[in-house]
Design a protein around this ligand. Sequence first.
Ligand code: DAK
Length: 257
Amino acid sequence: MNLTTILLTKESGYALIQFNRPEVLNAINMKLMEELVSALEELDKDGDTRCIILTGNEKAFAAGADIKEMAEASAMEMLQRDQFARWDRIRKIKKPIIAAVSGFALGGGCELAMTCDIILASESAKFGQPEITIGVIPGAGGTQRLTRAVGKYKAMEMVLTGAMITAEEAKQWGLVVKVVPNEYLVEEAKNLAKVIASKPPVAVRLAKEAVLKSFDTTIEGGLEFERKNFYMLFASEDQKEGMKAFVEKRKPEWKGK
Ligand code: DAK
């Protein structure tokens, strides 16, 4: 695939996707979304990749969906473009995705970060859902994921005012797991990706699934789901290897099955 809006680098165990529309602060147009989703789906199938990092540049992770591309669209055109289908495909990626955020993560950019599984931020990161200031509301999960991450009152303030929060605030509120100096952001994300890539892949997959399940089920249903995944791992060679290696006081060697 000839990529023009993203850059893709594969390293041992993980891959890094960098948004590449710096002239518009990585505004997410349809092309970028298509390239991103296709790359993620390829990486999800790729045996060597166990974790994926999404990042932007120092000025912007992504300043939202491309306003110029949708400004004149009618409701019917928006419906026919069916862009939500692409966002849904990201939700179905089985491998863990880390968002490494510097600069603006606004609107669809903030929503994209929240679609990832872990968010790391640099000191310059700013998160916001400014859609209200241009006459719409978050459309790619912002009202739901932000509320679950930071609670009703902070989410309501952000969504109703369009105000941005800093990296430090995002961390205090539980949206971001760690804030690092700008120049260390990607390195930090790579270190985290390497740790995740060193874990048994099937367990990683089922762990991600189980945590995500908590968003759309009752505690009873979630516990049931977790238990089934737990039992299932006893059918994996990696469970046998992991426990045997512990008993034998050696490092496990994962087979990914
Ligand atoms: N779209 C298009 N271009 C953008 C952009 C955006 N979201 N954000 C910035 N740019 C462009 C600017 O137009 C400018 O281009 P030129 O004028 O130089 O050609 C260039 O990037 C640099 O921006 P600024 O000159 O404005 O830079 P500043 O540092 O002064 O300001 C800023 C930075 C981030 C505060 C400002 O650019 C800004 O307010 N940007 C817009 C932020 C925003 O409102 N974001 C939310 C967009 S709505 C959907 C899924 C999701 C969504 C919608 C549908 N479906 C699945 C259907 C999401 C919607 C949104 O995200």
